[in-house]
Design a protein around this ligand. Sequence first.
Ligand SMILES: [Ca+2]
Ligand SMILES: [Ca+2]
Length: 146
Amino acid sequence: MHGFSIQTAALITTVADAHWQIVSAADFNSDGEADLLWRNQATGENVLWQMNSFSIQTTAAITTVPDVNWQIVGTADFNRDATPDLVWRNQATGENVLWQMNSTGFQRTIFSPLYQTRIGRLQALLTWVVIAHPISSGVTMRLRKR
Ligand SMILES: [Ca+2]
Ligand SMILES: [Ca+2]
């Protein structure tokens, strides 16, 4: 590595079921610590681990999306409310959906999609990937061929 070195490494909780995959690491509750978003590739369940450095602070289930063709392909704050939002892409149909996320409650934070907006149907362009780009007035998206 050039200019980078590992400062600390620590084991976090083992998840034996390999269907669970980490699909995003972002600070979903704005406490300055990155959190881990998991998606089960078999059941479509989605779970957020709110992290405190290397330990799990709390876990919260968010809306299950049973159709596993839907995959989270991007995480960025699209509406500038300091909460990361989720970009979903259906690998079978090419549909793309943005979930603007919010957190409510004080001690027990609940994450849910605020609303869903269909952001484009690109059935013929399944080989394209979505890239989020921060710009001065917010975040825009563009597609790049794989
Ligand atoms: Ca956090
Ligand atoms: Ca947001």
